[in-house]
Design a protein around this ligand. Structure first.
Ligand SMILES: Nc1ncnc2c1ncn2[C@@H]1O[C@H](COP(=O)(O)OP(=O)(O)OP(=O)(O)O)[C@@H](O)[C@H]1O
Length: 441
């Protein structure tokens, strides 16, 4: 997905003459490399501060809109309409509409200019995405309904997306919806929720007889309305709903690793991480503190650190890169070589099949999930795996450390003892020291 950091109003650079649209009443709209510059005297009058009805000082006649923020443009009833996302604060974007009468300007000229504007504003991103939106009214501290209505829907509508919205009524409903979804009717699934609803969407698609095709065909995005919102932070680069909405509007599709987790014969798909011990308990055991938002995890962590609970277990794994320095180098290489738009094409069938990933012929055949490469916990552990006992386990974490690395087909592990010497303190960063960071095939 595209970068979603708050956008500043950029200084105007010199436009190329062919990208300038001159309208009547002193209005001109120019395209620069990264902005749309609107010059409009009436805009200056509207912006001028007033005291007792008298205008004070002077306001700029120029409005600079980053192209990333341009949502749509069209000719409608003799007017040029431009919709854009206006950063009203560092936390919030608002949909704003500009409208200019075309009067004598030739429609063909305006038409061509609108085409250029949309090409530059969207690049390779799909326009007018068809979205199935799932709103979980119970996500996080509550309030997803309001977030959807006030912060997100106006931006999606301004971008002319087609929206089919469902408000979930019970836990597990999104699994059912995605299992039966007409995958040809939508481009993207958008849960407005915490990380639980994207999990349900992925697992609903994964249950279908055509799971590979469904997971390949429909993109899954996320509007952050929960307590943690890791998916949005990784994909959209933000936990602010309106900035995430803009990242989805301008987002490009990218492949993402999924991990199979089995409990007995039950197979689940995980997109983020798996945890056993203190972190898992911080999540599950603080349901009653939802009103605290993300702070509930900190409260849960502090409570549990003092209880010094142990989670003894045996862990079997196949280590691919044991040394920390090599893991760092590998991460850097993946990060630098990661091109979300082309990686799948360049990756080659060998890499895909080694990783158990779907190749294009698999996807076309519309099959279900690929078979498990290493069996379930009920099967014999492969001979080339290592097994170790962890009697003092405090936390076990495993997952895609950063989804931004896209499909790297490897998992990262952190294994931490429960008893950290008191002098190391209770600072969360300390407790996350990667003492046994391992990467596993
Ligand atoms: N109407 C509903 N009533 C009760 N539970 C629901 C409803 N709709 C969805 N759910 C369930 O709520 C669970 C948690 O939702 P979600 O992940 O959206 O929020 P969260 O747990 O607050 O987020 P986070 O993962 O960021 O903490 C989901 O797994 C889903 O099954």
């Amino acid at each position: 997905m595209a970068d979603a950091t708050p956008v500043a109003i950029a200084p105007a650079s010199q436009p190329a003459t062919s990208d300038v649209l001159i309208l009547t009443k002193g209005v001109s709209l120019s395209l620069t490399r990264d902005s749309l510059i609107v010059k409009d005297k009436t805009h200056a009058r509207r912006q001028r501060k007033k005291l007792c009805g008298v205008g004070l000082g002077s306001a700029s006649t120029e409005l600079s809109i980053p192209l990333y923020n341009v949502l749509w443009a069209e000719i409608s009833s003799g007017n040029l309409i431009v919709d854009f996302a206006d950063p009203v604060s560092k936390k919030h974007l608002r949909a704003v509409k500009l409208s200019y009468a075309l009067d004598d300007t030739a429609p063909t000229v305006v038409d061509a200019w609108v085409g250029t504007l949309l090409d530059q504003a969207y690049g390779t991103a799909q326009r007018k995405k068809r979205a199935k939106v799932l709103v979980n009214p119970h996500a996080g501290p509550g309030g997803a309904d309001k977030t959807w209505e006030n912060d997100v829907k106006p931006l999606f509508e301004a971008a002319r997306m087609s929206l089919d919205v469902v408000r979930t009524k019970f836990s597990g409903e999104a699994i059912e919806i995605c299992e039966k979804l007409d995958i040809n009717a939508y481009d993207v699934l958008i849960p407005c929720s915490g990380d639980g609803l994207p999990y349900e969407c992925i697992n609903g698609l994964g249950k279908r007889p055509d799971a590979r095709k469904a997971l390949h065909q429909i993109a899954i995005a996320h509007i952050p309305c929960g307590s943690g919102n890791a998916m949005s932070c990784n994909l959209n680069g933000t936990y602010r709903p309106s900035f995430a909405a803009l990242a989805i509007i301008k987002g490009v599709r990218m492949p993402m690793d999924l991990m199979s987790v089995t409990q007995g014969d039950r197979r689940m798909l995980s997109f983020l991480s798996q945890s056993v011990g203190i972190i898992a308990e911080c999540d599950l055991g603080t349901e009653n503190l939802r009103w605290l938002g993300a702070a509930r995890f900190n409260v849960g962590l502090i409570q549990r650190i003092f209880s010094k609970k142990l989670y003894p277990c045996d862990i079997s794994m196949k280590v691919e890169i044991p040394e920390k320095a090599d893991i760092k180098a590998h991460y850097k290489r993946e990060r630098n070589g990661c091109d979300h738009t082309t990686r799948r094409e360049n990756g080659g069938a060998r890499e895909a099949s080694l990783a158990g990933e779907s190749t294009s012929s698999d996807v076309d055949s519309g099959e279900g999930l690929p078979p498990l490469r290493f069996g379930t916990v009920n099967d014999k552990i492969p001979d080339d795996w290592e097994t170790a006992s962890y009697d003092k386990l405090g936390n076990f974490y495993c997952g895609n450390v950063s989804i931004n690395l896209a499909s790297k087909s490897q998992l990262c592990f952190l294994i931490l003892d429960a008893y950290l010497p008191r002098w190391r303190g209770w600072h969360p960063m300390r407790t996350f020291l990667p003492r046994h960071a391992l990467t596993m095939d």
